[in-house]
Design a protein around this ligand. Structure first.
Ligand SMILES: Nc1ncnc2c1ncn2[C@@H]1O[C@H](COP(=O)(O)OP(=O)(O)OP(=O)(O)O)[C@@H](O)[C@H]1O
Ligand SMILES: [Mg+2]
Length: 297
């Protein structure tokens, strides 16, 4: 192993848990909240959210990942950390939100969801408001707040997707993933809160395949949901570095920065950074996110 690779891997060694990492709050400014969802499970959302978050921190942004997924490969597993507290502790009042935030590699901040966010749709109004009001602290923690959601089209997932400033729909070229991606867009359209969605095609064989998948989806959306605008964020190749990163418990942009998937994620991070001022909708910050979440069922 080269010295450089060894250095990079050190970043991922366990024992770096720094829960309560939000003690010193930074400069205030509006955060951009981006939700990731897919419909079908296992298409790569968590892998892409964590690694895109790291790519954005490399550019110099402060990034917070909210883990709203109870799936098997969740965010803390991917960065080799076992958090002691999660949002369930915030809901039951034993911890403040800032006390459950922990710092991962490259100072990426993570909020472990536990059952907390999964239950958001079922919380009574008082508890829900008390939890959401604490989210305002995130405005000083992250330029980007990335929300990793669970598989499926649950009320909870739809609420996050509808409330966020931006929505990134993740799909693979598989017909089942595409059918579920389209189903997701239909529900989002019915909610009436989103006019634009970004599409990221994961696990492609080549650039052309990603483009073809996006064009196909765009055609159907244009025909049946003409008011919905789709933007193509790009594709991430099927890459063995992604699989081995999961086994090594170290995100691939750190353990294998020159792999095709890492290069793709860096390109997408730069695209998001460059387009923020031009192509992406005006951001409403975390307060906008909270207000929209409060209004949703
Ligand atoms: N570009 C890729 N190349 C190869 N393998 C990939 C790629 N993207 C994701 N994977 C693999 O697919 C599996 C599922 O990934 P991940 O857990 O990120 O998906 P998910 O959409 O978050 O799943 P869930 O819906 O269960 O939350 C993992 O084993 C991951 O390593
Ligand atoms: Mg996941």
């Amino acid at each position: 192993m080269s010295d450089q690779a060894e250095q990079l891997r050190k970043v991922c060694r366990p024992g770096k848990t720094d829960q309560g990492a939000a003690k010193s709050f930074g400069k205030a400014g509006l955060s951009r909240v981006i939700a990731f969802a897919s419909g079908k499970g296992g298409v790569g959302k968590t892998s892409l959210v964590v690694n895109l978050g790291l790519s954005l921190t490399r550019i110099g942004y402060r990034v917070v990942v909210i883990d709203a997924d109870l799936g098997l490969a969740n965010v803390d597993v991917m960065i080799n950390t076992i958090p002691r507290y999660n949002l369930a502790d915030v809901i039951n009042g034993s911890k403040k939100l800032r006390e459950v935030i922990f710092k991962g590699p490259l100072d990426l901040k993570i909020i472990p969801g536990g059952s907390g966010l999964y239950d958001l749709a079922n919380l009574d109004q008082v508890k829900r408001k008390a939890l959401l009001d604490q989210f305002i602290d995130l405005e000083t923690e992250g330029d980007f707040i990335l929300v990793d959601t669970a598989a499926g089209i649950s009320r909870n997932v739809i609420n996050f997707v509808s409330a966020a400033d931006d929505f990134i729909l993740v799909t693979t070229p598989e017909p089942t993933a595409l059918t579920d991606a389209y189903g997701m867009l239909k529900v989002v359209r019915n909610e009436g809160l989103r006019e634009k969605s970004h599409v990221l095609v994961n696990s492609t064989r080549n650039y052309q395949e990603g483009q073809k998948v996006f064009n196909g989806l765009k055609r159907v959306v244009k025909q049946y949901m003409p008011a919905m605008e789709l933007d193509y964020l790009g594709d991430v190749r099927y890459d063995s570095a992604v699989k081995s990163a999961v086994h090594e418990l170290c995100p691939f942009v750190i353990s294998n920065p020159r792999s095709p998937a890492s290069i793709a994620l860096n390109r997408i991070a730069w695209r998001i950074a460059a387009d923020e001022e031009t192509v992406m909708p005006e951001k409403k910050g975390i307060a906008g996110f909270i207000n929209r979440l409060k209004k949703l069922p």
